[in-house]
Ligand binder design. Structure first.
Ligand code: GDP
Ligand code: GDP
Length: 438
């Protein structure tokens, strides 16, 4: 798993945080916009600079209810930045100089040992450098002057971000299968985590995760070692911020990042809502295999031998983009069917790490094309010469062909299905890429 790191933007309203955020993620926006359910009011995104990836968070988008005092909101955002980020970008406005609210934020940021990068935004014209010295009095070193709206100074800022990211010690990944439980409130994430850990031998409990509050627990079941990543501190509830939806989204993103696979917990006795599908969208966007776990199976009354299929069909209607995903029915309360859950986790992990033989892969593709040649599309007929499976987080296949322009999506799906069927890639997402052969 690649070490990514979290970068949070803080600052009082109107200094240009969201403009800066959008500027930083600009190159990636097209990818972001394609994802179901998660684009509205986006406050986080994975971004990249010089091949280094990081998660950028606009804390300005995390708000308390409207009755909260202005100062309280700013304070909360700064505290969340300290908790969730590895690096903090503290934004001020050149036009307005140092305001009392800036000083208030500075005081909160003095409490952290994490690197703080001082950014003076709205420095649209390269004015007298000497004027920037005033900001040194804040005690965060030399500021970086930028103009987020004009895209000036971004290289310097991102270079600085990367240099701090490179100093974060890389946590070596522990052995075994890493998974997290995600889902909307009250679906039974804590209950299920406790049911799982109550049954199994906990090896090291708990070890501190990368973020201050996340607690990972390593345990062994039969001979397999697992790490359950405690999303949003689900086993120690009650902190005020955790009730904020956007805050828990950030938590969820970080937990998913450290997972090999993700359990999306669904309450089997109530209908699916947008909140379920939005949370699934987060894991989907991060390219992690998802297992749909329908909890509270005990509470589903009037069960007959058709109910499971019926419920499965109705739930799948909401998660069309997860058609590969396995579904398991459990009861955390009665600790029932947990063995099926683990069986599924093991299978999915096994498929995830499966590597196919290149020679067999190519045989399959030759046969597939003989059996069902590609249709003419975009002025030509696709011809695949050979394919390989590179190392990747999820099964990925690169098809070298005459011209990627000729691929019709239905033919791509056909090829995917051929590979899935032949090599039994059940329960995992798959990526098929086309490259023109030189
Ligand atoms: P936030 O409340 O901190 O997220 O601030 P916004 O990103 O919403 O920006 C507040 C205002 O400042 C908007 O009208 C922006 O267009 C403007 N703004 C942002 N960056 C710059 C900049 O670099 N130069 C100038 N002149 N205006 C900017
Ligand atoms: P979380 O917010 O997703 O962590 O959900 P909790 O684990 O706190 O559970 C929310 C509520 O659902 C609690 O009242 C639990 O007792 C109840 N609950 C959790 N799992 C089950 C289950 O399998 N069956 C039933 N009937 N209730 C459950």
């Amino acid at each position: 798993m690649a070490q990514k790191g979290n970068v949070a933007i803080v600052g009082r309203p109107n200094v240009g945080k969201s403009t800066l955020f959008n500027r930083i993620i600009k190159n990636r926006l097209s990818i972001v916009e394609d994802t179901p359910g998660v684009t509205r009011d986006r406050i986080y995104a994975f971004s990249e600079w010089l091949t280094r990836e990081f998660l950028i968070i606009d804390t300005g988008g995390i708000t308390l209810n409207n009755t909260a005092m202005f100062a309280q909101k700013i304070k909360m955002q700064a505290e969340i930045a300290i908790e969730e980020a590895d690096i903090i970008i503290f934004v001020l406005s050149y036009k307005e100089g140092i305001a009392p609210d800036d000083e208030m934020i500075a005081k909160i940021l003095y409490q952290t040992k994490k690197p703080v990068i001082l950014v003076i935004n709205k420095y649209d014209k390269q004015e007298k450098e000497s004027e920037l010295y005033e900001y040194m009095t804040l005690g965060f070193g030399e500021p970086i002057a930028v103009s987020a709206s004009h895209g000036i100074g971004m290289g310097d800022l991102l270079d600085q971000v990367i240099s701090y990211l490179d100093q974060i010690p890389v946590q070596s990944k522990t052995e075994g299968i890493h998974f997290s439980l995600i889902g909307k409130p009250n679906v039974g994430k804590s209950s299920l985590t406790n049911a799982i850990l109550g049954e199994e031998r906990v090896i090291v409990s708990p070890i501190a995760g990368t973020t201050t509050d996340s607690i990972d627990t390593v345990f062994k079941r039969n001979t397999q070692i697992y790490t359950v990543i405690d999303t949003a501190g689900i086993r120690r509830k009650g902190k005020i911020y955790e009730k904020l939806e956007k805050y828990s989204v950030i938590r969820t993103v970080s937990s998913i990042e450290r997972s090999d696979l993700v359990l999306l917990i669904i309450d089997g006795k109530i209908p699916i809502t947008d909140q379920d599908t939005n949370i699934a969208g987060i894991a989907f966007e991060q390219n992690k295999p998802i297992i749909l776990v329908v909890n509270k199976w005990d509470a589903v009354t009037e069960k007959d031998d058709q109910s499971m299929q019926k419920i499965e069909k109705s739930i799948r209607g909401y998660f069309k983009y997860l058609n590969y995903a396995k579904m398991v029915f459990v009861s955390a309360l009665e600790k029932k069917r947990l063995h099926l859950l683990f069986q599924t986790i093991d299978e999915v992990y096994d498929r995830l790490t499966q590597r196919v033989k290149t020679s067999v892969l190519n045989e399959i593709l030759v046969k597939a094309q003989l059996l069902n040649p590609s249709p003419d599309f975009n002025g030509g007929r696709l011809k695949i010469y050979y394919a390989t499976q590179p190392d990747s987080m999820i099964p990925t296949f690169i098809m070298f062909c005459n011209n990627p322009k000729y691929i019709h999506f239905s033919y791509k799906r056909f090829l995917e299905n051929q590979i899935r069927e032949y090599f039994a890639f059940d329960g995992v997402p798959m990526k098929i890429l086309f490259r023109e052969r030189k």
